[in-house]
Ligand binder design. Structure first.
Ligand code: SF4
Ligand code: SF4
Length: 103
C-alpha cells in the first residue's frame, strides 16, 4: 500500500493570509450580543478559535473583544466557539466580504 503524502507547499500561514483580500462593506458583520456576558467571560474562546486573529481581548480592558472584521475569512467558527452563544454573525453586505484567490 502506498504511503505517499500529499505535497504541502512550505508557505507560512501569514503568507497565505496575505493573499486573502477583503472588500470592506463599511460596517462590521460581527459583534457580540451582550457585552456584559463578555465582561464576565474568563476563557475568551473567540480569540483562540479564530484562524485569522479577528478577535482580541485587551487584558487591561473591560473584557469586551475588539473585532478586526476586515480580516474575517467567513468560516463561521466563532459562532460555535463562544460557549455563551454570544457572537452576532451575519454575512457582510452584498458586494463586501472576503475574496479568496489561488496562487
Ligand atoms: S464572544 Fe463569547 S467567548 Fe468571546 S469574550 Fe464574549 S462571551 Fe467570551
Ligand atoms: S468567521 Fe472565522 S475568520 Fe471570521 S471572525 Fe469568525 S472565526 Fe474568525
Amino acid at each position: 500500500m502506498s504511503t505517499a503524502q500529499p505535497h504541502v507547499p512550505d508557505v507560512s500561514i501569514e503568507d497565505r493570509l496575505y493573499t486573502v483580500k477583503y472588500r470592506d462593506a463599511g460596517e462590521s458583520h460581527l459583534g457580540v450580543e451582550n457585552p456584559d456576558v463578555c465582561a464576565d467571560c474568563t476563557t475568551n474562546e473567540c480569540t483562540s478559535v479564530c484562524p485569522a486573529a479577528v478577535w482580541t481581548v485587551d487584558p487591561d480592558g473591560d473584557g469586551v473583544p475588539s473585532i478586526a472584521y476586515e480580516n474575517c475569512l467567513e468560516c463561521g467558527t466563532c459562532r460555535y466557539g463562544c460557549p455563551y452563544d454570544n457572537v452576532e454573525w451575519t454575512y457582510p453586505k452584498t458586494g463586501g466580504g472576503v475574496v479568496f484567490k489561488q496562487g
